[in-house]
Design a protein around this ligand. Sequence first.
Ligand SMILES: CC(C)(COP(=O)(O)OP(=O)(O)OC[C@H]1O[C@@H](n2cnc3c(N)ncnc32)[C@H](O)[C@@H]1OP(=O)(O)O)[C@@H](O)C(=O)NCCC(=O)NCCS
Length: 216
Amino acid sequence: MDLSGFFPSDVHYFFTKEKQDWSVLSENEMALAEKYGTKRKADFVTGRYCLRQCTGILGYNGDILIGERGMPVLPPHIAASVSHSRSLCGAVAGPKNSYLSLGIDIETAGRVNKDLWHLLFTASEQEYLDSLSPEEQQLQSTVFFSLKEAYYKCQYPLTGTYLDFTEVAVIVKNQNLFVQLLKDIPGPFIKGGLTEGKMTTYGTQVITFCALQNFA
Ligand SMILES: CC(C)(COP(=O)(O)OP(=O)(O)OC[C@H]1O[C@@H](n2cnc3c(N)ncnc32)[C@H](O)[C@@H]1OP(=O)(O)O)[C@@H](O)C(=O)NCCC(=O)NCCS
């Protein structure tokens, strides 16, 4: 899948629509996934396959197990993230000396029902979405939802903090996307601070990405 130009050049990515076979897992990953139901197992297998394509380029082909609150356990020199939707699975990985953390998410456009907006979006996000045409609302509400999940996956490994959907806000500025953190949390993310987000589409699929760069 060609997503050239979407991710930074030093972020490796791999996406596929093809479900992978159980044999792509390591023994330890198999032991972990044994108890999963059919769908979860299929997602996990294909997700690990995508992750391995990316981490392999960075010299790591070992286990990627599951850590605290669901985060992937990675070697110390790699930041990575994975997402599975009904029809697409993808992963990204980059060197830790460039990125403290990465987050991606994939969602099917149009699946964020307006009835859920009050749970997912702040008053100003809802005001923004309300100003759009019905077609744009379908796309943008999915983008906002997905970017929040990508941000969550990016921040969690660094902060160990669960964030509710209304504790961050997506801001659109001159057609650029940012996620604003609305509460104090431990670690490098500051209340009020903006993290740049990116979105693209692939057919019906919305793909979002965010990263925390390592400036040290
Ligand atoms: C964790 C969550 C973001 C996953 O998103 P999802 O759309 O359900 O599922 P996806 O397929 O996109 O992503 C699943 C992957 O997320 C990753 N993930 C799960 N928990 C994670 C965490 N705490 N930190 C980082 N990555 C995590 C895992 O790699 C997982 O895949 P795997 O189990 O096969 O390894 C979501 O289930 C959730 O709990 N959201 C609530 C918190 C939130 O999003 N808040 C938004 C405001 S910041």
